[in-house]
Ligand binder design. Structure first.
Ligand SMILES: CCCCCCCCCCCCC/C=C/C(=O)SCCNC(=O)CCNC(=O)[C@H](O)C(C)(C)COP(=O)(O)OP(=O)(O)OC[C@H]1O[C@@H](n2cnc3c(N)ncnc32)[C@H](O)[C@@H]1OP(=O)(O)O
Length: 288
């Protein structure tokens, strides 16, 4: 598979990208899912979005923004405003904590409820994609959201001794800035008043925040390993009546290893989105 990038002419941008015909699937994770693209490439890129018009939306004309039904628009507007507010509350709480205490120790404990609530609420993003009210890839969204849920509930919440690690602060800051930017981008887009700065931030901040967030996540899992090995938490040992065994320690190692193939796909996906949205390039995938 070769990859060819063509610059779109003026007036193109996202719209021009959409008007390009559907290229062959670039990545092996491809699968057909109603409602949205199930590839690691965005639905913009494969031009699919499931083919038929989706619930609560009309199929967009090339070069024009998708139009959603009022119910979908109202729900998404509410959802995005709520999420922007939630992550803003989190940001303010973190800054206040640090200014008052002068240390990151105890920070996670003080913000964990808000974090858990809003990050868990983000599971709805997979649903949005599945029912077709947003044209994002279900796989990209699924990997992104599930890795966050995993970090929040099965790592940081469950393994108390790591909650004061610096690496936790690293991913918290990275997630928070990303989400404030991303949800305000969606909100202003829905209201058709997107300031250029927000658009610029959405497609530039990730360049540095993504590696920082991933480093924070990996270092946190790494810090958890000795505790998990020592306690045998979440593990099932043989013999037992079901004759199954599970070792959470090795599971964590596998999760860490899975970042190697998955993170570059997410990162390059965002880089392609950046080129399309900010520089109006059309990404065409071609077979050699
Ligand atoms: C069991 C455990 C499994 C674990 C697996 C482990 C492996 C994990 C490996 C990788 C780990 C990554 C961990 C992540 C860490 C971090 O997040 S670090 C912090 C930095 N992060 C980022 O910068 C994330 C950036 N990523 C993204 O933003 C995502 O990739 C994305 C949001 C999932 C997809 O972005 P993109 O393809 O650009 O699509 P969208 O932005 O969603 O836009 C497409 C169109 O859809 C519209 N839209 C989407 N959502 C909404 C919404 N909520 N409301 C309204 N509209 C929405 C959007 O406006 C676009 O529409 P158009 O403008 O009309 O095209």
């Amino acid at each position: 598979m070769g990859r060819l990038t063509e610059a779109a002419e003026a007036g193109g941008g996202v719209g021009a990208a959409r008007s390009a015909g559907p290229p062959p699937n670039p990545l092996p994770l491809a699968a057909s899912t109603p409602g949205c693209s199930a590839t690691m490439a965005s639905s913009d890129e494969d031009g699919s979005n499931g083919g038929a018009p989706e619930l609560g939306e009309e199929r967009e004309a090339p070069g024009r923004r998708r139009r959603l039904g009022w119910a979908a628009t109202s729900w998404l507007t509410f959802y995005n405003i709520a999420m922007t507010a939630g992550w803003l509350v989190l940001a303010i709480a973190m800054v206040r904590f640090y200014m008052e205490k002068g240390t990151h120790k105890g920070l996670y404990k003080s913000i964990q409820k808000t974090l858990k609530f809003f990050q868990t609420f983000a599971l709805l993003e997979i649903a949005h994609c599945l029912i077709g009210i947003v044209p994002t890839s279900v796989l990209v969204t699924g990997v992104q959201v599930s890795s966050r849920i995993f970090m929040v509930w099965l790592v940081t919440h469950s393994i108390k001794p790591i909650q004061n690690e610096e690496s936790v602060v690293l991913f918290l800051i990275s997630w928070t800035v990303t989400e404030i930017t991303r949800y305000s981008f969606y909100t202003f887009s829905l209201l058709d008043h997107l300031p250029y700065f927000i658009k610029w931030a959405r497609y530039n901040f990730f360049i540095i925040l993504y590696p920082i967030g991933v480093a924070g996540e990996l270092l946190t899992i790494y810090a958890a390993l000795p505790y998990v090995k020592k306690t045998g938490m979440f593990s099932i040992r043989l013999p037992n009546k079901y004759n199954v065994s599970f070792d959470y320690y090795y599971f964590l190692l596998i999760i860490m290893a899975s970042y190697i193939p998955l993170f570059p796909q997410l990162y390059f996906h965002m880089l392609r989105q950046r080129r399309k949205v900010l520089h109006g390039e059309v990404i065409v995938e071609k077979d050699d």
